[in-house]
Every structure is written in structure tokens, then in C-alpha cells.
Design a protein. Structure first.
Length: 302
């Protein structure tokens, strides 16, 4: 089996000026370290610098047209990320031989379950059950004041079909929720609360808050850091850390709030966040200079 290794982009980064405002947005962050990765601290308490190159990951275009993210290019996003990575002593490099990490960036908008079809299925089931109940149980056939056998069979079939449709919609909802929960970093916390919410009523509201998040459209940015030398020389992907951050699209624009998103996540770059962190952070806007691509190293295969 041949495995593609993402193209790596070496950048020269211009000035980036994030401006954090007074309004707040609810931001969700989940970060984990893997394969024994840990930052080394210097005598002054700062982290030992590590170098990186960006890899362009997948873009999720959501279910609605949204110019605020569609027109925000990967190079603009990489330049903004570089500003906050530098604050954690992650530094870009122009040479593959001097690169410690390949930071692959995924971004986009989630696609939640289709609430419209779900509501249609519920309405169909409600109508079918109402029709069946309005005639009452059969009692001696049509001439005896009961329901005609043909009508009984038709109504039974209507209810059965509506129930099957509702079961299918519930399954699709569960799959969509689980997919988005995994993408956004909600899955571990939702799984933990799901085991408790039936025994502890207070937990149920916490679970519903998280379920409400994954069932709405959300902007997300994901940084996955791999051992660059392992990926480039041995073609093995060794994941070292991954950080996920997201906000609701409701009332927000990606190009205006992405700075606040990344600032909220940046404190966890390269380490565990201690579970899902949902916090209000100041909204942000950003002015971005012109990034310059030094070199694009093509993907290799194994």
C-alpha cells in the first residue's frame, strides 16, 4: 500500500497584527500530546525553540456558502498561526534539514445532521399515529362500527413506515453527531458524560450543552504536528501533538474571529489541555501582510 505524505510548505511570513476586541465568543479547545512528546524547558523557564514547516491539510466547506471562510486562504491562515506559534517558541524554518515538526493544518465548517429532514420524519410519525388513533381499535368490522380491515392494514403500514423512517433519521443523527464530536475534540467528554447522565440528572444538562454544539455549524481549525524527520526520511507519520479549536458560526465570521480562536488554542500547542475546554474569549480581528512561499516540497509516497 502506497501512502502519500502531505506536501510541506516553507514560508517567509510578513507582518501579522491580531487585534483582540471587547466582545466575547465561546471557544472550544481540545489538545493532546502523543508518542511521549514533551517540550523541553530552558533555564529561564521558556520552552526550547522547535522549528516547523506547514503542511496543507483538508478544507471542509460546510453546507452553506460562506465568503468569510471561502475567501480566507491557507497562506493567510498559516501566517496567522505562525504569529501565535512563535509565542510558544515554535519557529518557521526555510530548510528541510533543520525542520523538527511538520504541522498539518485542517480548517473549515462542520456539517451537522439535517434538522429539516429530521423534523419531517417526526411530523410524519406524529401524523401516522394520530390517524391510527382517531379511528380507534377495530370492533367487528366496518358494519359493526369498527375499522374496515383494508383501512386497518393501511394505517398499520403507515405507522410502521414512519417508525422505520424515524429510526433511520435517529441513526443518521447519531452518526453525524459522533463524526463532528470526533472532529472537534468533543467525543471523549461526551462519552464520559453519556455514561453518567442517566444516573445523575445534573450531568444531563452538561451533556446537552455539548450535544448542542456538535449539532450546529461550527468553524474549526486543527493543527496536527508530526515528526518531520520521520515523515520525510522514513515516510512514517509519527503524530506528536494535535490541537483542535472551534466556535459557532452563528453571529460570527471566520475572517474576523479566527485570531481569537487561535489565541485561545495557542496556550495548549504541544501539550494536553486536560480535556475539553469551553471558555469565553475576547473576539478578535486580524490584519495580515503578504506571505511568500519559499518552496513547496512535493508529497512522497511509501
Amino acid at each position: 500500500m502506497r501512502m502519500a505524505i502531505w506536501p510541506v510548505i516553507l514560508l517567509a511570513l510578513g507582518a501579522t497584527t491580531p487585534a483582540i476586541g471587547k466582545d466575547e465568543i465561546l471557544t472550544a479547545v481540545y489538545s493532546s500530546a502523543y508518542n511521549g512528546y514533551a517540550r523541553t524547558k530552558l533555564p529561564d523557564g521558556s520552552f526550547k525553540p522547535e522549528t516547523y514547516a506547514f503542511g496543507q491539510g483538508q478544507y471542509g466547506d460546510g453546507q452553506m456558502r460562506d465568503p468569510s471562510i471561502e475567501h480566507f486562504t491557507f497562506l493567510q491562515l498559516a501566517q496567522l498561526l505562525a504569529t501565535f506559534l512563535a509565542r510558544q517558541n515554535y519557529l518557521p524554518t526555510h530548510s528541510p534539514d533543520q525542520t523538527d515538526l511538520a504541522i498539518v493544518v485542517h480548517w473549515g465548517t462542520t456539517i451537522p445532521f439535517d434538522e429539516g429532514t429530521y423534523r419531517n420524519a417526526m411530523d410524519t410519525l406524529s401524523t401516522a399515529m394520530t390517524n391510527a388513533q382517531s379511528f380507534g381499535p377495530p370492533s367487528g368490522g366496518a358494519m359493526g362500527g369498527g375499522m374496515a380491515p383494508g383501512l386497518q392494514s393501511s394505517l398499520d403500514g403507515e405507522v410502521t413506515g414512519a417508525l422505520m423512517m424515524m429510526q433511520m433519521e435517529n441513526r443518521q443523527r447519531e452518526l453525524a453527531d459522533r463524526r463532528n464530536a470526533a472532529l472537534l475534540g468533543y467525543l471523549p467528554e461526551m462519552s464520559r458524560l453519556d455514561d453518567l447522565r442517566w444516573s445523575f440528572p445534573g450531568i444531563a444538562s452538561q451533556y446537552q450543552d455539548l450535544a448542542g454544539d456538535v449539532e450546529e455549524d461550527r468553524y474549526y481549525v486543527i493543527l496536527a504536528a508530526y515528526d518531520f524527520r520521520s515523515a520525510w526520511k522514513t515516510k512514517q507519520r509519527k503524530l506528536l501533538w494535535i490541537t483542535r479549536v472551534s466556535i459557532s458560526t452563528r453571529g460570527n465570521r471566520f475572517d474576523e474571529q479566527v485570531a481569537a480562536m487561535i489565541q485561545s488554542a495557542s496556550r495548549y500547542f504541544g501539550r494536553d489541555s486536560g480535556g475539553l475546554q469551553r471558555t469565553d474569549v475576547p473576539a478578535g480581528k486580524v490584519e495580515i501582510g503578504q506571505p511568500k512561499v519559499i518552496e513547496v516540497l512535493p508529497p512522497t509516497t511509501k
